[in-house]
Design a protein around this ligand. Structure first.
Ligand SMILES: O=C(O)CCC(=O)C(=O)O
Ligand SMILES: [Fe+2]
Length: 394
């Protein structure tokens, strides 16, 4: 490891509370070590976050060196002028992939802006399984490296999925068969860059959320990521560890296992201690189920032992689920944009004026039925969602 990278890791302060993530050895999982598989299962049920030690394992070493290559690429991408990067912002066309500028999304109910830039690179695009989105030459020239990185993640994910399936007494291929590289899906690489903030604004960078997908493989070099410890109100830092990825489970795994596995709340704040003066880069690979996979509990194994409850719906496809989740987030941001532009008084009086004019147009019955219908819908959705996961999601 380059010495400046070692310095980065060791600049994480010793006096901040950190999360007790266990370290799982990829090498031991590959060697079918039963005890290690059990540790992975336990970590996936209890916190839903763990370190994955990549050393001493060929697939791990390939992913590690790939992540270093991606960090270099990410830094070069972010050096592009903002006007250039904005050419690849396709949010207005309703696209999820591409560039998202500083402050484009909100982090909380007060309308505070995100303090990072993001760039989402689709797996299907890089593997030439969908129409390519326009991208800067720094990205198009590096499509082979991006493709290698996707494959490297996939190999490691296969090991994790097989081990988890076996621990659930399901056939080893249960999860891998829902995540085939060759099938269309929302899997993507994300580059994140957060510049240092002035002292009085060192708060949230990325709002609290659980991930939508199945498994997330994250590489951090400096701190900032925090997890909320289960059954507490405590947010604690995840200390980046050299040679390790940070892995977390997303909501899809909770759905598939009827709540046996856990997707935990997390967020990003300014890096701790002296790291607060540094630019923070973060590299993420989001593994999501194939678009046609139904978001519902699997049949068999330990999942069958979880009592079914009446609120459980048959399951929408992953494509619909992702659309709903992304729209929910976009709607939240739009509402916050609107509210933050006008005073609460103006907002309330405009809202009342609209209702009043509709009443005057004899739309009384219509309004009442819409309000009642939506309240029932919201309530049912709340009952259903709150069992599995928290909100908002990413
Ligand atoms: O930057 C990080 O460490 C975490 C990012 C994250 O949670 C996300 O993009 O969903
Ligand atoms: Fe996340």
């Amino acid at each position: 490891m380059a010495s400046n990278m070692e310095e980065l890791y060791s600049s994480f302060p010793d006096d901040v509370p950190t999360a007790p993530l266990v370290t799982i050895s990829l090498q031991k999982l590959v060697a079918e070590d039963g005890k290690e598989k059990e540790r992975l299962f336990e970590a996936s049920k209890s916190l839903g976050f763990f370190y994955l030690d990549m050393q001493e394992c060929d697939h791990g070493k390939t992913l590690l060196s790939g992540s270093e290559e991606m960090f270099d690429l990410m830094e070069r991408f972010y050096e592009l002028p903002v006007e250039e990067k904005l050419k690849y912002d396709f949010a207005a066309e309703g696209k999820y992939f591409g560039y998202i500028g500083l402050g484009a999304e909100v982090v909380d109910g007060k309308g505070t802006r995100e303090k990072n830039e993001k760039y989402n690179i689709s797996k299907d695009d890089i593997l030439s399984q969908s129409d390519p989105l326009p991208a800067p030459s720094i990205i198009t020239n590096n499509r082979p490296a991006l493709s290698n990185y996707i494959h490297a993640n996939n190999r490691v994910l296969t090991t994790l999925f097989s081990s988890l399936a076996e621990s659930l007494n399901l056939p080893a291929s249960t999860f891998t068969s829902l995540h085939r590289l060759s099938s269309p899906s929302g899997c993507h690489i994300r580059f994140i860059r957060a510049p240092p903030q002035p002292i009085d604004q060192r708060t949230l960078t990325l709002g609290e959320h659980t991930d939508f997908g199945s498994l997330t493989i994250l590489f951090n070099r400096i701190g900032g990521l925090q997890v909320k410890l289960p059954n507490t109100t405590d947010w604690v830092y995840v200390r980046p560890m050299p040679g390790c990825a940070i892995v977390n489970l997303g909501d899809a795994m909770v759905k598939f296992t009827a709540g046996i596995l856990r997707s935990n709340l997390h967020r990003v704040v300014s890096p701790p201690g002296s790291q607060a003066d540094m630019v923070r880069y973060s590299l993420v690979f989001f593994q999501r189920p194939e678009y046609d996979v139904k978001m519902r509990r699997l049949e068999g194994g330990l999942v069958d032992g979880v009592p079914k409850d009446d609120g459980e719906v048959d399951g929408e496809s992953t494509r619909e689920w992702l659309k709903r989740r992304h729209q929910g987030r976009k709607g939240f941001t739009m509402l916050m944009n609107l509210i933050s532009r006008v005073s609460p008084r103006t907002f309330a009086s405009t809202f009342l004026a609209v209702i009043e004019s509709l009443y005057q147009e004899n739309k009384k019955q219509w309004i009442t039925s819409v309000i009642v219908k939506n309240l029932i819908k919201l309530f049912l959705r709340y009952l259903h969602l709150s069992r599995y996961c928290s909100w908002p999601h990413h």
